[in-house]
Design a protein around this ligand. Structure first.
Ligand SMILES: C[S@@+](CC[C@H](N)C(=O)[O-])C[C@H]1O[C@@H](n2cnc3c(N)ncnc32)[C@H](O)[C@@H]1O
Length: 283
């Protein structure tokens, strides 16, 4: 089915619930067409012996929950031979000089840095504008020998990107076990060794034994409000914090939250309805 890029993640999650390890995401046309267009295709594969009627009705009732929030195409169901499926081309996506490959079987486009992110229950296929902004800001601010903390790592995409851009080490945290598994697997598939992933709730306590030079949080306004004290406690004077996932309409409120907690905005990006801030401790 086709969905707007901004809403790929919940649809991937819904597909992954029923089609584990057989979900693919493709960008159709120009990603700059506008995030509200149905410009992304989510596809899944199920062996014929499975009960497809039950699957279809489960998927439809799950997806109907989303249809009040954003546009979705109809689900297209096709019967194909497995060799046809295997020969299908699923397009990798490019963000700056990073190419995100949906499986390790893909060959990398010349001149790109490749990472492998298999679509799964964990958020972070790279299609969402907030993830894309983080990738640009990591590239802009990361330095060799940085120790990075990736808060709400999802698929692990941002930690993996930080290492590919030169960071020495990344600790990736998430509240969901699925995200920890996905981060481990995607790190292996992307040939990245120096990432550790742990289950932790950033709103409770962040038990970290180093001062990160960079903190990345592609979260949301609620998590920033609940977690800011724990996050700020971990920051050194030079720590760079990338805070993405803030709706533009909430920007003023969240920026005030950061200021009230001793942080200063040093950079900002916007994409669609979303904003990403770069912060440091106010000297
Ligand atoms: C928007 S996703 C970001 C995923 C990925 N970093 C990316 O940029 O594509 C937010 C992530 O935060 C995680 N999360 C939600 N609440 C959390 C909490 N209290 N503590 C830690 N992680 C949390 C979710 O499970 C999800 O993986």
């Amino acid at each position: 089915m086709r969905v707007p890029a901004e809403f790929v993640e919940p649809v991937v999650r819904m597909f992954s619930k029923f089609l584990t390890n057989n979900v693919y995401v493709e960008q159709l046309g120009d990603p700059e067409d506008g995030i509200e267009k149905l410009n992304t295709r989510v596809s899944g594969f199920l062996p014929k012996k499975s009960n497809t009627d039950k699957l279809e009705s489960n998927l439809k009732s799950g997806l109907s929950l989303f249809s009040g929030v954003f546009d979705l195409s109809e689900i297209l169901i096709e019967e194909i031979n497995s060799d046809v499926w295997e020969k299908q081309e699923f397009e990798p996506i490019e963000i700056n000089d990073i190419q995100i490959l949906p499986s390790k079987d893909y060959s990398l486009k010349e001149g790109y840095i490749g990472i492998v992110i298999e679509p799964s229950m964990a958020f972070g296929t790279g299609h969402h504008p907030t993830t894309k902004m983080c990738i640009s800001l990591i590239k802009k601010y990361v330095s060799n020998n940085f120790n990075v903390l990736d808060l709400g790592c999802g698929s692990g995409v941002l930690g993996i990107v930080s290492i590919k851009y030169g960071a020495k080490y990344c600790l990736s945290l998430d509240i969901e076990e699925e995200s920890i598994k996905a981060t481990n697997q995607n790190s292996i598939d992307s040939n990245v060794k120096n990432i550790e992933s742990k289950r932790m709730d950033l709103t409770q306590s962040l038990d970290i034994n180093f001062i990160p030079e960079m903190i990345i949080g592609n979260l949301n306004s609620y998590l920033f409000k609940e977690g800011i004290k724990n996050i700020e406690n971990l920051m050194g004077q030079n720590t760079i914090m990338i805070a993405s996932g803030v709706l533009i309409e909430n920007y003023k409120e969240i920026n005030k939250l950061f200021i009230d907690n001793g942080l200063l905005e040093i950079d900002k990006q916007e994409s669609g309805d979303w904003t990403a801030l770069v912060l440091q401790k106010n000297a």
